[in-house]
Design a protein around this ligand. Structure first.
Ligand code: NAI
Ligand code: MG
Length: 489
């Protein structure tokens, strides 16, 4: 027998992995998409269409209808009609069957959804396959279970649906955000008009096809496409009873003003500037991995991204070195490749925002470290970036960047960590890394954040409520709390 050579386990960052691209053949993308109104695809009254592109290659994937105010009027009427005549009266047990069917169909077509999500939005196929699509299906399964148990969720409070919900979602988790919005609304007996973001409309339109297949009564779920003006027309339409919005704090504020005094119920899930906090007693390798996942997951296009890191001074040097080493191993590039860790930035516009902040960080005197990854020439890409020597007042420590950029600061005591973590206009999430349970409990009670993860980060489950404080918005999605946003009690 030949002598075996010694196995070398050390990771060689110069090694290039053979490409492992996912096939596109399963993705059936039409050349043009119409508006999904009353169970049918209808041409827009506006007669206008816009392109949706693949941000990894800049290729046009499809043309999508741009709904105007007349289209919005029509779609709200369809949703109202379906609410009055069918869905609002249907027993919860029956509604549950439809929602359950949607969940099953998403599972059956999971690969197609994952591929289209990656092509349209730029996120790594590994994420859309292993996170976005299964979590979206889980959300429908979970809320299907509640549809006939609303009286148990709100005992002696006679929970009733609100009517028609207008729902506006962003581009960072297109299918998953559609699920977060549609599933609880349907479970509670409301009908829906959903508007996906203009850069990522395709999985919502695929969902419309699936909803047709699931035989949902016409008008219960309607999906219209368009940009901010379409969203504004929906928010301002007098025929809706509820507005649910996820997106920028800027637009959230506009919507809050528009809805004030109208009697429409409102939930807003806006931006964040979350801190991951590493104490010197934390398992450091695990913490570093969590921080990397927290900010580079989905190119940092995550409202609850751990975009700040607070490290206890005594372990700062060690943690920084580990972070830099790990950064160098991250693979940036083709999102369809299963090896890719960091895919494409969602749009040219968002890439410009991120690059602007990278400049601001340098001008503010922070020290920059970027990975030496080679990035593709075509498409929108950004190297993973760290900033050290960051002051609390720096814009890169205060403002949402929504890209793969981490601002690092140090602290000495628990109180200082809490003070720094809370000192931004946002309050969506935070992460704590320590070996001590008592420290975790102390921190979680004092951090002003809707979600605090301990010794992990970016973990989601339909059962857990999610949402923020301060400029991160209000209202909760997920879990029993998520039902409350769609009911009169
Ligand atoms: P955006 O808030 O403009 O877009 C989100 C959704 O709102 C899209 O569907 C859009 O068409 C719609 N919209 C825009 N203007 C509207 C209006 N006046 N009325 C009703 N709907 C309207 O976000 P954008 O411009 O894509 O991204 C800007 C920044 O927002 C990002 O850099 C990031 O910091 C933040 N953001 C936060 C998200 C979150 O999950 N919290 C998601 C997306 C962006
Ligand atoms: Mg696109």
């Amino acid at each position: 027998m030949a002598k075996t050579s010694t196995l070398r386990l050390k990771f060689d960052s110069t090694r290039t992995l053979a490409p492992a691209p996912e096939s596109k053949s399963i993705a059936k993308i039409a050349e043009r998409y119409e508006l999904f109104i009353n169970g049918k695809f209808e041409k827009p009254a506006s007669k206008k269409y816009f392109n949706t592109v693949n941000p990894a290659t800049e290729e046009v994937l499809s043309k999508v209808a741009a709904a105007n105010a007349a289209d919005v009027d029509k779609v709200v009427m369809a949703a109202r009609n379906a609410y009055n005549k069918v869905w609002g009266k249907m027993p919860g047990k029956e509604r549950a069957k439809y929602i359950f069917r949607i969940a099953r169909l998403i599972q059956e077509r999971a690969r197609e959804f994952a591929v289209i999500e990656t092509l349209d939005g730029g996120k790594p196929i590994r994420e859309s396959r292993d996170f976005d699509v299964p979590t979206a299906a889980n959300h429908f399964f979970y809320y299907a279970g509640w549809a006939d148990k609303l009286e148990y969720a709100f005992p002696n409070r006679n929970p009733q649906p609100l009517g028609v919900a207008g729902q506006i979602i962003p581009w960072n988790f297109p299918l998953l955000m559609a699920a977060w919005k549609i599933a609880p609304a349907l479970a509670c007996g409301n009908t829906v008009v959903l508007k996906p973001a203009e850069t990522t409309p395709l999985t919502a339109l695929k969902l419309a096809e699936l909803i047709q297949e699931a035989d949902l009564p016409p008008g219960v779920v309607n999906i219209i496409t368009g940009a901010g003006d379409t969203g504004a027309a929906l928010v301002n339409h007098p025929g809706i009873n509820k507005v649910a919005f996820t997106g920028s704090t800027e637009v959230g504020k506009i919507i809050q003003k528009a809805v004030a005094g109208t009697g429409k119920k409102l939930t807003l899930e806006l931006g964040g500037k979350a801190a991951n906090i590493i104490f010197d007693d934390a398992p450091l390798d695990q913490a570093v991995e969590g921080v990397i996942n927290g900010i580079f997951f989905n190119q940092g296009h995550v409202c609850c991204a751990g975009s700040r890191l607070l490290v206890q001074e005594s372990v700062y040097k060690q943690v920084l070195q580990k972070l830099k080493d790990r950064l160098e191993t991250l693979i940036v590039g083709d999102p369809m490749d299963k090896n890719t860790d960091i895919g494409a930035i969602n749009s040219r516009q968002q890439l410009e925002v991120i690059n602007k902040y990278i400049k601001i960080g340098q001008q503010e005197g922070a020290e920059m470290f970027q990975s030496s990854a080679v990035i593709p020439k075509k498409g929108f890409y950004c190297r993973p970036t760290l900033f050290t020597n960051v002051a609390q007042s720096n814009r890169i420590a205060q403002e949402e960047i929504f890209g793969p950029v981490l601002s690092i600061q140090t602290f000495r005591t628990e109180d200082e960590a809490i003070e720094k973590a809370n000192n931004t206009p946002f309050g969506l999430s935070a992460g704590v890394w320590t070996d001590k349970g008592s420290k975790i409990f102390n921190m979680t009670s004092k951090l002003k954040a809707g979600v605090v993860w301990a010794n992990t980060y970016n973990k989601f489950d339909p059962v857990s409520p999610f949402g923020g404080f301060k400029e991160s918005g209000f209202g909760r999605e997920g879990g029993l709390h998520g039902l409350g946003a769609y009911l009169k009690v």
